[in-house]
Ligand binder design. Structure first.
Ligand code: CAA
Length: 258
């Protein structure tokens, strides 16, 4: 499919989606969000793909929702179109793991899209922020919720109330990103990590992702119960038999996604 606001490629068993509106620092206009959803649909449907990497440019992962597109919206426009929810949450419904590889600015909706991914690898030049308050609005794609869960109330509240950006080191210290890597190595490292995930048992990877995500939606005892059921379910897979046999026989497992 021909896209105008993103590029899409396959590297080994990884689907790589690159946000590509350089003149607008990858501002997330509605056409881009639509294309992102289409690309995710295509990679989800592709059996050869086991994980997805979402990235931007070296200067910007994404500088937020497109301010020029939304500046004149009325309440009724936003409400009737369910602005932001509509289309954006597609990332969160992706069953295959999605790794955000963030270089440069991840601001507003850009930070929110990165947080919708399963984890964030940051380049050493990454900057995260929720600057919506400085343009007269508030985060509208989950920022007030996911940022609090990721880094806690004190830092999230300061960022949301002041618009202060944090750099990659502070983001890692706060737990927003899993790791910081040199800018030049970001994409290769993200693809390497995603390909490692893709090499594992797909059903078991999906169960692991589902179970971690349950931690955000349930009480501890319900979450543990959910985990236990999925843990038990792994014993119904051929890949669990293969994985454990391979360990005992001191060889590499050959998972068949069964
Ligand atoms: N929407 C639309 N266009 C944007 C944009 C955005 N979010 N961010 C940057 N651009 C455009 C600029 O307008 C500029 O275009 P022109 O050359 O046509 O003027 C181009 O990208 C380059 O930007 P700058 O000249 O500003 O680049 P800079 O290096 O001086 O500054 C920046 C970079 C600090 C990221 C700055 O662009 C900036 O502050 N951007 C806006 C950040 C922001 O407020 N994001 C939140 C948006 S609201 C939101 O996301 C709501 C939500 O929760 C979903």
């Amino acid at each position: 499919m021909a896209y105008e606001n993103i590029t899409v490629e396959t590297r080994r068993h990884v689907g790589l989606i690159t946000l590509n509106r350089p003149k607008a620092l990858n501002a997330l206009c509605s056409a881009l969000i639509r294309e992102l959803g289409q690309a995710l649909d295509a990679f989800e449907a592709d059996d050869e793909i086991g994980a997805i990497v979402l990235t931007g440019s070296e200067k910007a992962f994404a500088a937020g929702a497109d301010i020029k597109e939304m500046a004149s919206k009325t309440f009724i426009d936003a409400y009737l179109a369910d602005f932001i929810t509509n289309g954006w949450e597609r990332i969160t419904t992706c069953r295959k793991p999605v790794v955000a590889a963030v270089a440069g600015f991840a601001l507003g909706g850009g930070c929110e899209v990165a947080m919708m991914c399963d984890f964030i690898l940051a380049a050493d030049n990454a900057k995260f922020g929720q600057p919506e308050i400085t343009i007269g609005t508030i985060p509208g794609a989950g920022g007030t919720q996911r940022l609090v869960r990721a880094i806690g109330k004190a830092k999230a509240m300061e960022m949301v109330l002041t618009g202060r950006m944090i750099d990659a080191v502070e983001a890692e210290r706060a737990g927003l990103v899993s790791r910081v890597v040199p800018l030049a190595e970001l994409i290769d490292e993200a693809v390497r990590v995603a390909d490692k995930i893709a090499s594992l048992s797909r059903p078991v990877v999906l169960m692991a992702k589902e179970s971690v995500n349950a931690a955000f939606e349930t009480s501890l005892s319900q979450g543990i119960q959910f985990e236990r059921r999925l843990f038990h379910a792994t014993f119904a897979t051929e890949d669990q038999k293969e994985g454990m046999a391979a360990f005992i026989e001191k060889r590499s497992p050959a998972f068949r996604n069964r």
